[in-house]
Design a protein around this ligand. Structure first.
Ligand code: TIU
Length: 231
């Protein structure tokens, strides 16, 4: 089995049963001028993950891996926005309100969509999620099970919020997760570090932590026969 260097120990995967999951690389979180920056965050910290994630995405596509993208957001009528989530932060401009890139975290708006650098290709499942975890109130588990996916290589933002929540949800559903440290990012350097520590502590209590370069090396050397899903 292909094996990637990782912590707390190497991550072995079956290419026919592994997917790349890219979490919430949306303009409103990542791009200058979006919601994240409007809240006072330094988006350059998040943008560091774009290049490495783009390289893993290209390699995964070339290797024929299933690629799944997620977006956090809500129905235009906000019918799936819990009042508690709307109220949190006491924001003057919050979810559902007109923001710098359209209504904030509302499906169909420019800011809600995935950044140009990582745009999904036709055929790649795009999962819209109302919460932080990608399994809550979505069909992600059904999509993975129907394709017999058992392991996930995880990229996206933010490390301690949607990435961590999703990895915990995945772990409880029986999936192995390899989180790529340079392909996930946080607005808070300390949270980035600790969120990764939490995943790999206690023998990999929630999963593994690796680096994109090691995944790229392994994907580039997959034997032709192991490449599973050429469209
Ligand atoms: N995708 C995701 O992480 N959503 C957030 O709201 N993250 C924050 O860090 N706020």
């Amino acid at each position: 089995m292909p094996t990637v260097r990782a912590e707390p120990y190497e991550f072995s995967f079956d290419p026919g049963h592994v997917a790349l999951l890219i979490i919430d690389m949306q303009r409103d979180f990542v791009d200058p001028g979006g919601f994240g920056e409007a809240l006072g965050n330094d988006v350059s910290l998040l943008r560091r993950a774009i290049g490495p994630t783009g390289r893993v995405l290209a390699a995964a596509r070339k290797a024929g891996l299933l690629v799944i993208h997620t977006r956090e957001g809500h129905r235009p009528d906000l019918g799936d926005l819990p009042p508690a989530k709307k109220a949190r932060g006491r924001l003057a401009t919050g979810i559902g309100d007109p923001g710098p890139m359209g209504r904030i975290l509302v499906r169909g708006e420019y800011g809600h969509d995935i950044i140009d650098e990582l745009r999904p290709q036709p055929g790649e499942p795009l999962v819209d999620k109302p919460g932080k975890g990608a399994f809550y109130a979505t069909d992600l588990d059904a999509i993975l099970r129907s394709r017999d996916i058992r392991q996930l290589i995880v990229c996206g933002v933010t490390t301690e919020v949607c990435v961590n929540t999703t990895v915990r949800e995945a772990n409880d559903r029986g999936y192995d997760c390899l989180v790529l440290a340079d392909c996930v990012a946080s607005y808070f350097p300390e949270f980035q570090r600790v969120a990764l520590e939490m995943i790999k502590a206690q023998g990999g209590i929630f999963g593994w932590v690796g680096e994109s370069a090691d995944v790229l090396t392994v994907l580039a050397h997959l034997p032709e026969a192991a490449q599973p899903r050429a469209a």
